[in-house]
Design a protein around this ligand. Structure first.
Ligand SMILES: [Mg+2]
Length: 115
């Protein structure tokens, strides 16, 4: 499996074999995506900055699994809404580039409204 379209096709087959399309409206896919993102956050919750690198190493598989859950729901949300994932990412990055020009944003974590 080499690209997003192939992965999405696999996900849709997986969903359809289980008759889960009936549950996959935009609201529930967005909520599921958010819950999976929260599960990713939970791995790091209450940890000190000095503990993060150890957690990244020790919990690498758990982190990968939760990130995969987020990406799966993101791809299914995109499919549901007819989005071309590569196009919407590149379109958004073009907007981000305009909001965060290199000369203003390099090495700076401020929001674009504060640059
Ligand atoms: Mg999960």
């Amino acid at each position: 499996m080499s690209n997003l379209a192939d992965i999405t096709d696999y996900l849709i087959r997986f969903r359809d074999e289980r008759h889960w399309a009936q549950f996959h409206n935009s609201k529930d896919l967005a909520i599921a995506l958010s819950i999976e993102a929260a599960e990713l956050n939970e791995i790091f919750l209450w940890k000190k900055d000095t503990e993060i690198e150890d957690i990244e190493r020790v919990e690498q598989q758990t982190i990968a699994d939760e990130l995969a859950d987020v990406l799966v729901y993101a791809l299914m949300f995109a499919h549901r809404n007819g989005f071309d994932v590569e196009k919407i990412i590149m379109d958004k990055m073009k907007k981000n580039g305009e909001k965060y020009p290199v000369e203003k944003a390099r090495g700076n974590s401020k929001k674009y409204t504060e640059l």
